[in-house]
Design a protein around this ligand. Structure first.
Ligand SMILES: O=C(O)CCC(=O)C(=O)O
Ligand SMILES: [Fe+2]
Length: 349
């Protein structure tokens, strides 16, 4: 038996109230209720002819990929990946299984609602309690196998869902490692740095943003950063929604270059590990009046018992002092659950 704790366990100490977990019934709603009505979102609604921002697009087969990925992490903290070897068919299957789940009536979905101390299952975003308004969003989180939940939802027809999600998690884990090796190659941690050998954790997050009658006053996801090392996101390119906050540019939409392009962003723990060199991207999601958007995020990080030590002794960084104190992943997750972004100032020197 493994004695190390899991990501799931590390959420237990900060329970959420059921009121903050259960999404409204989007199938029955005609108007945005006051609880979900945000003051004007400081941006015009998504315009579909908007110019693409120049988020780096990385070909994983490029000979200078280490430099490219390092540069992208440093300058943007977010990039797109093509030529990653994952088939369009798998993306289509994951999206269609996710849509199958979200299309279920509310009384079915509630059977697999996340528990107040849990991490997996159906529910709102974990950042919900930090905002006075609710988000136009429902999610389903998978860690390891979704078997128990799938059996609840489809007692006689759960296999396809589990197979597809299992396959996707496997592919995402492998891709995460590939990206991770490239990033470590770029950062060049010293031999003794603990990050050289670590066990990973991953979580799959299915996101659903139903059509919204009033998209100018609703938010799919409120601004946030992701907590772990990397997030790999799939969204079909005909439904925009993701925006990042870019210095001098404001909120900027990220549009995939193709249906099989993946969007990869730096999370908090990689920001800390890189000693602040790589920004942890602040992002949010807008909603659409006529399109029900689904996105699939894979969060990749170290095990919760690992300690993140900012890299200062790599060759580029000689003489640089650490900007953050060492932090155990479990402690970080706990601080973030209590304080959200204020967590950075709490661990900064
Ligand atoms: O749906 C998206 O585009 C982004 C999802 C996201 O930010 C998240 O799951 O943390
Ligand atoms: Fe996110």
């Amino acid at each position: 038996m493994a004695t190390s704790s899991t990501l799931e366990e590390s959420f237990k100490e900060n329970p959420l109230s059921l009121q903050h977990i259960l999404p409204i019934d989007f199938h029955s709603i005609q108007e945005v209720p006051n609880s979900h009505l945000w003051p004007t979102i400081n941006n015009s609604p998504i315009s579909h002819d908007e110019k693409n921002p120049t988020v780096p697009i990385l070909d994983l087969l490029a000979p200078n990929i280490v430099e490219l990925i390092g540069h992208a992490c440093k300058t943007w903290g977010i990039f797109q990946v093509v030529n990653h070897g994952i088939s369009l068919q798998l993306f289509d299957e994951v999206e269609s299984q996710a849509r199958r789940l979200f299309a279920l009536p509310a009384e079915e979905k509630v059977k697999v609602v996340r528990s107040t101390t849990g991490a997996t299952g159906y529910g709102t975003a974990r950042i919900t309690p930090f905002f006075s308004k609710f988000m136009w969003h429902e999610g389903f989180t998978i860690m390891d196998s979704p078997l128990d939940h799938a059996k609840e939802l489809w007692p006689h027809d759960y296999k396809k869902f589990c197979d597809v999600m299992g396959d996707y998690q496997k592919k995402m884990k492998a891709l995460s490692f590939q990206l991770w090796m490239l990033i470590l190659n770029y950062l060049q941690p010293s031999q003794e740095h603990s990050i050289k050998s670590f066990e990973s954790t991953g979580a799959l997050q299915l996101n659903s943003y139903p059509c919204c009658p009033n998209p100018n006053h609703a938010l799919g996801l409120a601004p946030h950063t992701d907590s772990l090392f990397l997030t790999i996101l799939h969204q079909t390119n005909n439904t925009k929604g993701l925006q990042i906050l870019k210095k001098d540019q404001g909120w900027t939409s990220i549009t995939p270059v193709s249906n099989d392009a993946l969007i990869v962003n730096v999370g908090d723990l990689l920001h800390i590990l890189s000693n602040g060199e790589f920004p942890s991207v602040y992002h949010r999601v807008l909603v659409d009046q006529t399109k029900h958007r689904v996105s699939i995020a894979y969060f990749f990080g170290p095990q919760v018992d690992s300690v993140i030590v900012p890299l200062v002794s790599s060759k580029d960084n000689v003489g640089v002092v650490p900007k953050y104190r060492n932090v155990k992943v479990k402690e970080y997750i706990d601080l973030k659950a209590k304080h959200l972004e204020k967590v950075f100032s709490m661990i900064r020197f």
